[in-house]
Design a binder for this molecule. Structure first.
Ligand code: G4P
Length: 528
């Protein structure tokens, strides 16, 4: 490789920050994303992301939602430049769009921003998404939002992070007051205060101070809030965890920032600190060992496939995370699973608003590849030597439905669709082990059922019926001699596509009882 290309790749890698924002619906993810895009100049007006979101969710009609899919595709990755960094924000759909895709998208991120509503604390969806990030060991940064409202105290929230998520935290800044009293934040790292003035907290003034005892703070915030701030920060200095970069990088310690996205308060300093601390693209594991992003050969893997629901356009878009080398439009790469060379002539990159044709892209970037049906989730593409990235993780399904075909004559098409859609990773499929020949579908989000039903009809011409079941947990059972009679109460024993035994449970109690009754069996959350 020429030295100049090597330097170019190194420089581009150093610049990149690819992350996802994880949160529970309504914590303010859309608002925060929008503010970040405004700073990066990727959108011009506040409200554009929001308007899109509203149009996407205002309708419950499936076809209508799907018409909007073009929009959700373009917003799947948002890219902008800020202070010499190239920032890629991955959208992780929440709400009714929650699906396995949401989890898989996290595998394409190098770090995560966990957004928490100050009043609500750690919520259900945040826990799930956090756990996926935790397993990968990526750094997690926390933004506590809506400080302009009354909420839990910062200490209470730190305690909650530790109790509920099992992660220790280090506040990078600290609020001066809260709710209506909120008048600013104290930046513990830079020794400065950010003050908000005016009733709407709109004017932000940044002042350097010697420390939190500086008279400027008292002048601005008054005696009561200043005394409170000093005593809290003294406590934090003595009893809190020190900032430890290695622990942050290992995902063991989360830096916390306080702010209010809607008022644009604390957002800019958050972004600047985050970009400094967040990791650049890291090496990715492959079957032949870690692949360095700066390696000369281009490589990447598909983490998501978005189908176009319009039957007239059966094209799909495969989202590829670039792991190494330089992508150039029109380049030929090896489709490792198919063992075929393919030409990447129509890649798209997704900016905040428009679809652009990408000419060049680097590790950390996400490109969308036009997919005439050749890609599957987890596929690797590489230039030169074959690189196969470790398979994407599968997730334990939590919602189950029995599926039947309305017209028995369509059985062949149904089987074909079922095979292809499960291979694509749209759903997981199980078969009953009892007397009746039943097919059961398992997913993590309702949307996956809707997509399945719709695509069966649109692409394979098969009408299906789904019958919701009451199971909530799936565990793959590893045992030499399995006894199906032990999985009858509030549970059932099924098999996955590969013939592995899987027990489905209606509740945690049934699952625990089965575990106690079968001490020699292993109960795994995903396929062995
Ligand atoms: P989401 O994407 O995480 O679901 O959340 P979104 O940004 O849509 O925000 C959810 C609601 O919380 C919105 O109010 C939004 O304005 C509000 N919000 C976001 N950040 C802040 C903040 O810092 N402080 C306060 N007080 N509210 C905040 P909404 O009433 O649902 O919508 P809207 O009519 O205000 O747009």
């Amino acid at each position: 490789m020429s030295q100049s290309l090597k330097d170019e790749i190194q420089q581009e890698v150093d610049k990149r920050r690819t992350f996802a924002i994880i949160s529970h619906p309504d914590a303010g993810k859309t608002t925060l994303t929008e503010k970040l895009l405004l700073f990066g100049g990727a959108i011009r007006e506040a409200g554009s992301v929001k308007a899109r979101k509203a149009s996407r969710h205002a309708t419950s009609d499936w076809m209508e939602i799907e018409k909007q899919r073009g929009i959700s595709v373009t917003s799947s990755v948002m890219q902008f430049d800020y202070l010499g960094h190239r920032v890629n924000i991955l959208d992780t759909p929440g709400h009714q769009d929650f699906s396995e895709d949401t989890y898989r998208t996290l595998t394409a991120a190098d770090s995560a921003v966990m957004l928490i509503d100050v009043a609500k604390g750690v919520e259900a969806q945040t826990i799930k998404l956090f756990q996926v990030c935790r397993k990968r060991g990526i750094p997690i940064f926390t933004f506590i939002n809506k400080l302009d409202r009354e909420g839990k105290s910062p200490f209470e929230l730190m305690e909650e992070l530790e109790q509920v998520l099992g992660i220790r935290s280090v506040p990078m800044n600290w609020p001066i007051g809260m709710g209506r009293e909120l008048c600013g934040v104290y930046d513990r790292m830079k020794n400065q205060v950010e003050l908000f003035q005016g009733n709407d907290h709109s004017t932000i003034e940044v002042r350097k101070v010697n420390d939190y005892n500086d008279g400027i703070i008292r002048e601005m915030a008054g005696d009561f809030l200043t005394d409170q701030l000093i005593s809290e920060l003294e406590l934090l200095d003595v009893a809190g965890d020190p900032f430890d970069y290695d622990k942050v990088r290992a995902g063991e310690l989360t830096p916390i920032f306080f702010g209010s996205a809607v008022n644009n308060f604390g957002v800019q300093t958050f972004l600047e600190n985050f970009l400094q601390l967040a990791p650049k693209p890291t090496p990715r594991n492959s079957t032949t060992g870690p692949v360095e992003p700066t390696s000369e050969k281009f490589s990447g893997y598909v983490f998501k496939i978005q189908a176009n629901m319009n039957p007239a356009h059966r094209d799909r878009i495969a989202f590829l995370r670039i792991c190494s080398g330089r992508f150039e439009r029109g380049m030929s790469v090896k489709h490792v699973r198919n063992k075929k060379e393919i030409k990447l002539s129509q890649p798209q990159q997704f900016l905040a608003q428009d679809r652009d044709i990408v000419q060049m892209a680097y590790p950390g970037d996400i490109i969308g590849l036009f997919d005439p049906g050749i890609f599957r989730i987890g596929d690797s593409l590489s230039q030169g030597a074959e690189v196969e990235f470790d398979e994407l993780p599968t997730f334990s399904p939590e919602i189950f439905s029995k599926v039947t075909v309305k017209n028995a004559l369509k059985h062949k098409q149904y089987q074909k669709g079922l095979d292809q859609l499960t291979e694509e990773g749209t759903i997981q499929v199980f078969y009953s082990t009892g007397n009746f020949d039943e097919t059961i579908l398992g997913v993590v989000g309702h949307l996956q059922f809707e997509v399945f039903e719709h695509r069966m009809k649109a692409e394979y011409g098969v009408d299906i019926q789904l019958h919701r079941m009451s199971f909530q947990f799936a565990r793959w059972i590893v045992d030499e001699k399995i006894d199906p009679s032990k999985f009858r109460i509030n549970s059932t024993l099924v098999k996955d596509k590969k013939g592995n035994y899987v027990a489905l449970f209606e509740n945690e109690y049934a699952m625990r009882t089965a575990m106690e009754k079968n001490p020699t069996s292993k109960f795994l959350e995903t396929a062995p």
